[in-house]
Write a protein that binds this ligand. Sequence first.
Ligand code: F6P
Length: 330
Amino acid sequence: MKPTVRRIGVLTSGGDAPGMNAAIRAVVRMALHLGIEVIGIRRGYHGLINGDFVKLDFESVSDISRRGGTMLYSARSKEFMTEAGQEKALATCKLLGLDALVGIGGDGTFNGLLALAKKGISVVGIPGTIDNDIACSTYTIGYDTACNTALESIDRLRDTMKSHERCSVVEVMGRHAGHLAMSVGLAVGATVVVMPEEHLDFEASVIEPIRCARLSGRTHFMVIVAEGVEGGACGVAQRIKEELVLDTRVTILGHVQRGGSPTSRDRIIATYMGHEAVKLLAEGKTCRVVAMDGEKVVDYDIAEALQMTKGLEQYGLEVMSDLTGIDVVL
Ligand code: F6P
């Protein structure tokens, strides 16, 4: 393969996700394999605007795959959303002699890449977010680790909820998406899962399943709520308390879900994606997003990818409905 690029930049932007380091490592190692230099841009687009960079070599990415967070730091840059900010970022690319940029993050990161592509930089995006809400990809880096972190905490919660015969209302991350809530709910065997995508009939989907579980002999209840649900876990807990007079406790798992050593799934997929991103750039391709289609690595045009939509996984919803008796209305 004859590379058409000589020096690429790599950055992580938006909310971090476990596995981002494995993706950075794969980008660097694949690039070096093809004789391409790599510059790490620190603090996402904020760093690109301010020329905050570090040269990455073989050794600088050694032993990072097992670490949570991102060695390049991350940020959400408001300035980069402006034309002036994008011009400054372009100036940094020119100053550093970057032919191409790999951006690891979510839709905001991909929008940023698109803006730079319009100014002549070759770009490839890699989906990294614990929310698994990138429409073009069935999987995003960090999702598996976040699910496992949440379920470990919820297993612990269940012990104490069971002893005290309480109702536990747990809020998991997901500002706009219920993928994490659904997976975690399935994994812990929740009584109820509430997701932002559904048209919630509170009586039918929350109160009645708890009542049914009580009638079946259960004396503790696990309710999983995605962060993006109106009122969040506190709102849901309040209504449960009012309507069922149950001893209820709220736990907001929050940013703990974004940390920790990535699972093997996150490390492997991140490694595939990082490898593929550099391969695409070396082949002279640009404006692409690397994605997973099941177990297969694929890629899409960024602009097209940003237009795609992704619903909750139908099969998971069906299983959940059969096991909890809740019909999720989307
Ligand atoms: O990265 C996605 C996410 O973790 C969402 O689930 C959450 O709503 C958001 O980021 C939190 O962002 P921040 O870290 O900026 O508070």
